[in-house]
Design a protein around this ligand. Sequence first.
Ligand code: RIB
Ligand code: CA
Length: 348
Amino acid sequence: MSARLYLGLLLCLVPVAVGSQPTPIIFDTDFVLPPGDDGLALLLALQSPEIEIVGITTVAGNESMERATSDALWVLEQTGNTDIPVYRGANMPWMHEKSEFAVANYGNWHSDDPPPPPPGGHARLRPQDEGAVEFILRTVAKRPGEIVLVAIGPMTNIATAIRMDPHFAANVKELVIMGGAIASLPDGAGNITPNAEFNFWVDPEAARVALRSGIPIELSPLNVSRKTALTREWYEKMVEGDTAITRLLRTTIGARFEREPDRVWLMYDQVAMASVIDRSLVSAQELYVDVDANHGISYGTSVGGETLWPGAEGAQKMRVQHDLDWQRFIELFVERMNQPVRSSAPRR
Ligand code: RIB
Ligand code: CA
């Protein structure tokens, strides 16, 4: 075989650009099935050769932690990704107690109900015996400076890891968070209270610890989510092919678009995930960001500023996303959903 032919064959077998290794991530999530944003963010990560999912850790948020775990296992099984381990995390925030407001408004983080069966029944795949926090601590200690934590639910697991091991934060490469809403930037209103974003509001004390941890942070708040618009037209492009993923999307999203054809969905966690794949999709600016953990009218509200202000002493500067290249982002998303399913991708 000629050297040129050998090199050509070799290049065909390499799934990622030569010289670049996939980014190892821990996917920390209050998982819900598509059209839930965590579900769509996981499909994006699974379909992206730039990403190595080392493990999935679940937390209470959109639904209970048990439901997040059950639904995540179902998606892995449906897509043939049975080699990705799932670890059960916190089933309640640190301090936030169930209230009439919590029950009457969005989110089932306070629920003790058993997880309902996903379409076709529960997965046979089981979660690991090890807990989420232990897994996060062990993995980061084993691969110091390598792991990116993608946190797209309440920050309970991540903040517990930070509190448990004083060396942990210094060994994390980056923390990419979907959370918060920055009133000093455009589109910065809250989505659960007038000023608070849901993930930070569910566990404000944990969010504050994570934001002050010293880990380099890329924050993807509501300001950037509000630059997205998932319509039925984009959904139809997403399911043009016939794969396990497009079939899963038709089962989980199709009926929603039939019932509400004109509905436009914001994309939250998918933007945070996409920004790990390609940082140039988003625009960001450096701000100090802190979270109000006082049990008053601003509980869970994030505040961002170019300089420190009274009460925010000790807050940390981070990259705060405020805009994205929507066309490039949605085209990447649609393309990845239509690709052959990457279920046999080699994983460490
Ligand atoms: O505020 C948006 C966030 O809350 C997303 O992570 C979404 O999954 C919801 O839980
Ligand atoms: Ca989420």
